[in-house]
Design a protein around this ligand. Structure first.
Ligand code: BTN
Length: 254
């Protein structure tokens, strides 16, 4: 994927104005973090055609062979906007999938994207803190675009890909360009004080379901009753008590 074909006529204010492209690297996250510490412009995007050591949430491995999208976006948000960034990035993927493929996707709390209950996209958000403010945030997005799903596992829930769901290949370039536009739109809304909580909440497939959540050695079980405006999940346990789970520490098991 040529850098210029992503940036030309993109129409964004800043996201995607600089693209750093690699055909094969361990992980776009590490490069993006290094770049941001060296003062990269906000909106710089690191893209790889293939990752050899892709990182998932909770120190899991993320497999992203050729045909997938693996990219990391550098942002310098205000700390108050961090929880909305989780919402913005998953919603941007949902919008992009709908716009480019017509497929309907849902969000598994906090920010996996599923089609027909199978994972098509994972998102990893990492921030660096300096003097109690955010030094940088890197949003890492992995989308299974053109992939035989048998190749793609290594993640904890059944996986799918856009090509598998559609029965034809999908343009990675079109997906990437639209994704950058959608992320910027949502990020700017958040920065201008608009709430994207309601739309994110309406896109969650988790609410009302029985879930198992784990954090370290702790396991929680209950019905996912609601989500708060800061993105936490409220679980109703079998003894009737409510617990609040923070998106940063919890994985939902299936
Ligand atoms: C997860 O579901 O566990 C999150 C997966 C995040 C994968 C993306 S691919 C681009 C970026 N680079 C990485 O090494 N990880 C993220």
């Amino acid at each position: 994927m040529l850098e210029v074909s992503v940036t030309r006529g993109l129409g964004t204010r800043f996201i995607g104005h600089r693209i750093i492209h690699y055909s094969k690297i361990p992980s776009t996250m590490e490069i993006a973090k290094r770049e941001s510490l060296q003062g990269a412009l906000e909106g710089t995007v690191v893209i790889a055609d293939e990752q050899t050591a892709g990182k998932g949430r909770m120190r899991r491995v993320w497999l992203s062979p050729k045909g997938c999208i693996a990219l990391s976006i550098i942002l310098y948000p205000n700390i108050a906007h961090l929880s909305s960034l989780i919402m913005a990035s998953s919603l941007a993927v949902v919008h992009t999938i709908a716009a480019i493929t017509g497929l309907w996707s849902r969000i598994k709390w906090p920010n996996d994207v599923l089609i027909n209950g199978k994972k098509v996209c994972g998102i990893l958000i990492e921030s660096g803190v300096r003097d109690s403010s955010i030094a940088y945030t890197v949003i890492g997005i992995g989308i299974n675009v053109n992939l035989k799903t048998a190749d793609s596992t290594g993640i904890s829930i059944p996986a799918t890909s856009l090509s598998h769901e559609l029965g034809r290949e999908v343009s990675r370039l079109e997906m990437v360009r639209r994704l950058l536009v959608e992320i910027e739109k949502l990020y700017l809304s958040v920065k201008s004080g608009e709430s994207i909580y309601q739309e994110w909440r309406d896109s969650l497939e988790t609410l009302g379901k029985r879930v198992h959540a784990s954090s370290g050695n702790k396991v929680y079980e209950g019905i996912a009753e609601s989500v708060t405006e800061d993105g936490s999940l409220i679980l109703r346990c079998s003894d009737g008590s409510l617990i609040k789970l923070n998106a940063g520490d919890i994985t939902l098991r299936d």
